[in-house]
Ligand binder design. Structure first.
Ligand code: ATP
Ligand code: SF4
Ligand code: MG
Length: 392
């Protein structure tokens, strides 16, 4: 994650107390995902159910997450982002492939071993309106994980700990007895983040954490996540469909299409030197604030709908919408690897891209830098801490 220092110290000791396991050196892969698959069976018949196919929601996803980094995952609606997220945190069993955490295969863990690992990989959900139980106080919501993991915060210390967490996410600790409906959307998402931090996780999987929020509040929450990541050495998987936000927060970015990652690289490689036609099309649709740059950027309009994940095209799954498709594309599945044409180069185009005919194409001129939620544009975090927390 890019450095962003709003520097509200004080939380480090909170999360270090009781921190799990040995620290992992920055840059080492803390998560390794290989061939991850989730197929939902399609059945027919009422009494005797017969499988007639499968929704291939996730169909062979590979990536590494290094300790301390933020990996952004982008892609159109329905491409499988949330399903990946749910498998990473064991909310969904996998159909195939593996997830390794610090080298250990955690894909099929159960019982106590799973409980120990789950503590270290927490999720922040998209919708702060539905993900918080309206009948529980904020204190109970944030403190709920301690019922399962009392070793992290013994009963007598919990209230103080929850108040510390509220402070860490920029909310007034005195709000501990309030209910979710008494907070704004941005504040609710802060509560969700505090809950995600409660067990001192090492990895946070954030599934569209700001998509449901107003644009002005999005910047504040993104900046909060940025700060927390630096403060607590978190590793992030940050899922979103907004490419500008993903660029702002990510060190590396994976682009998903129909259940697979089709291109992955550093933010600069993906945004400034994309080589996969799908990434190029996505980027060409991103709003460009600079009018001159806007006039010079190339729009790539994709035709046709995304195919059904129950009926994935042969060969390259993007071929039905790709303007560069050739016969080979229907016959051979392109692997996610450095394309042969770039293998002996040292340009930023040398990164993994699943296309037989990968070539670099900058769709947004350099002067038309993508719109990002700049910290300077955002009201200070204390704004919603004091002004909007009161009962309606
Ligand atoms: N329980 C389920 N049973 C059958 N199909 C499912 C199930 N859950 C998800 N799907 C399908 O899997 C595909 C991927 O869904 P997923 O929610 O992971 O996409 P997404 O990329 O998160 O989309 P969005 O951007 O809209 O959140 C979709 O076609 C979806 O309809
Ligand atoms: S492999 Fe063919 S169809 Fe697929 S993205 Fe590349 S050119 Fe397009
Ligand atoms: Mg989703």
């Amino acid at each position: 994650m890019h450095a962003d220092e709003t520097g509200r110290g004080g939380g480090g000791s909170l999360l270090q107390a009781g921190a799990p396991g040995a620290a992992y050196a920055e840059g080492e892969p803390i998560l390794q995902v290989r061939g991850l698959v989730k197929h939902y069976p399609l059945t027919q018949g009422i009494l005797f159910k017969k499988q007639v196919g499968a929704v291939k929601a996730v169909d062979g996803v590979d990536f590494d997450l290094s300790a301390g980094e933020t990996l952004g995952i982008v892609g159109e609606s329905g491409c499988g982002k949330s399903t990946v997220a749910r498998m990473l945190v064991h909310l969904e069993p996998v159909t195939g492939g593996s997830i390794r955490y610090k080298g250990e295969d955690i894909t099929k863990l159960s019982g106590r071993a799973l409980k120990a690992v789950r503590r270290n990989i927490q999720m922040v959900f998209q919708d702060p309106y539905t993900s918080l139980n309206p009948r529980m106080t904020v204190g109970d919501i944030i403190g709920e994980p301690y019922e399962i993991h009392p070793e992290v915060a013994p009963r007598g210390s919990r209230r103080k700990r929850v108040q510390d967490l509220l402070d860490v996410v920029g909310l007034n600790p005195e709000y501990i007895n309030r209910y979710p409906h008494q907070f704004s959307g941005g504040q609710r998402q802060r509560i969700g983040i505090a809950r995600g931090l409660a067990l001192n996780p090492e990895i946070i999987v954030a599934d569209e954490p700001v998509s449901a929020l107003d644009v002005s509040v999005q910047a504040q929450v993104v900046n909060l996540l940025d700060r927390l990541q630096a403060e607590f050495d978190l590793s992030f998987v940050f899922i979103a469909h907004d490419l500008s936000i993903v660029r702002h927060i990510s060190d590396r970015v994976g682009v998903m299409y129909l259940g697979r990652i089709v291109e992955i690289g550093t933010d600069q490689e993906i945004y400034d030197h994309p080589t996969h036609p799908y990434t190029q099309a996505l980027l060409s649709a991103v709003p460009v604030p600079d009018p001159t740059a806007r006039d010079h950027r190339e729009r790539i309009i994709l035709h046709g709908d995304v195919p059904s994940p129950a009926n994935i095209p042969s060969g390259c799954r993007f071929r039905t919408r790709c303007w560069k498709a050739q016969e080979r594309c229907a016959l051979e599945v392109p692997l996610l690897a450095v394309p042969a044409v770039f293998r002996d180069t040292s340009t930023p185009a040398r990164h993994d891209s699943a296309c037989h005919f990968a070539e670099e194409k900058r769709v947004v001129p350099p002067e038309g830098l993508l719109e990002t939620p700049e910290p300077a544009d955002a009201p200070p975090e204390e704004d919603d801490r004091d002004d909007r927390g009161g009962p309606a």
